[in-house]
Design a protein around this ligand. Sequence first.
Ligand code: ATP
Ligand code: MG
Length: 400
Amino acid sequence: MTAMERYFVCYYHEIILKRNNRDFFEKRLWKNVERALSGLPYRSIRRISGRLLLELSPDSPVEEIGARLQKVFGLVFCCPAWLSNQDMKRLQEDLWELVRRQEFRTFKIHARRANKKYPFTSPKMNELLGDVIRKRSKGTVRLDHPDLTCYVDIVEKYAFLYFRKLTGAKGLPVSSSGKVVVLLSGGIDSPVAAYKVMKRGCRVIFVHFHSLPYTTPESLEKVRRLVSILNQYQYHSKIYMVPFAHSQKQIVAFTPVQTRVILYRRLMMRLSEKIARRERAHALVTGESIGQVASQTLPNLRAISDVCELPILRPLIGDDKEEIIAVARRIGTFPISILPAEDCCSLFIPRHPETRAKLEGIKRIESRLDIDQMVQDTLKQLEIEKIEFQGEMESQAISR
Ligand code: ATP
Ligand code: MG
């Protein structure tokens, strides 16, 4: 073992481009890193230029910390590093000390100096450090795809050495862009839509409509599991479970079969907007994509959007199913989304639904219903569940 102190050097993604309000984004990111690491031992977190520096303790689990950091939006790379010294002789010795225990035939040095007062330029550092490794190890320098890349980062008063760059989640820190309400079904698309807006710095409040007792409680369990996965990015989540069966029955009783899905959706939007106002959220988010299913044609999207004043964000609008599934697989929601469970919207719907809803016609049909009363009644029956991130996926606490 070497006596060098262990760190994680975490590099900012887009925050680096922020000028006036950089401080705000950095503080948000810092808080999120703290939450992501909750329950794990480490010494401290501090800000240095363009980076967050995480100082580890001897009992810090390096791999686990790396895995957690990789899910913090706002970071582009997280590098498990050793702290060396800016003195070239000591830097050379420290690097050799780390390199000698590694197996490789080809290598390169990738040195950077963020601190331009440092007397050696990056090419000069590459040369001075490379010479030592070459002579002592018999390895040869190879610039493209070497077995071993030795990163050297000179920043402020520090000199860090590392060999691995763990890819970060990129984007902006969760909560730096404000709050949104995501309409979360148990399907494939809406969890991906949630992920995408979280990546843009939104804190997400989840709203799920269910048709209990006509659908099974498994559908709620599915939603909880999806939120648990997404909660790894925002650390605490709230789900509004909204009973929808009563409203659906009225829609079924008084309106023609072809327009039902559009009426369901308009009602969902109205209710979601009420919840958004209560939560001080700035927008609603859905997993819709143009033309994917009958309810998502342009005329229908217009008829659905019509009831809302808040903006409706549709982050998947131009994506095809394959692209959406690829993200769902990567973030781990896909296997849960495809579990069988009936969605409220698959109840009482026709085989040939309306694809070209005319707003006036829809409004006329809807006027047969007492929408305000339906909204008021439903709002009295909302159930809120909370999910807290406590490190391990399995140990997330769900409170009702
Ligand atoms: P998903 O995979 O997200 O269910 P989908 O392709 O099945 O999408 P639809 O069922 O038409 O599409 O739903 C469109 C959008 O409406 C969903 O992405 C979601 O945002 C919202 N939505 C649909 N059903 C529900 C529900 N039961 N609760 C909350 N939101 C819903
Ligand atoms: Mg669906």
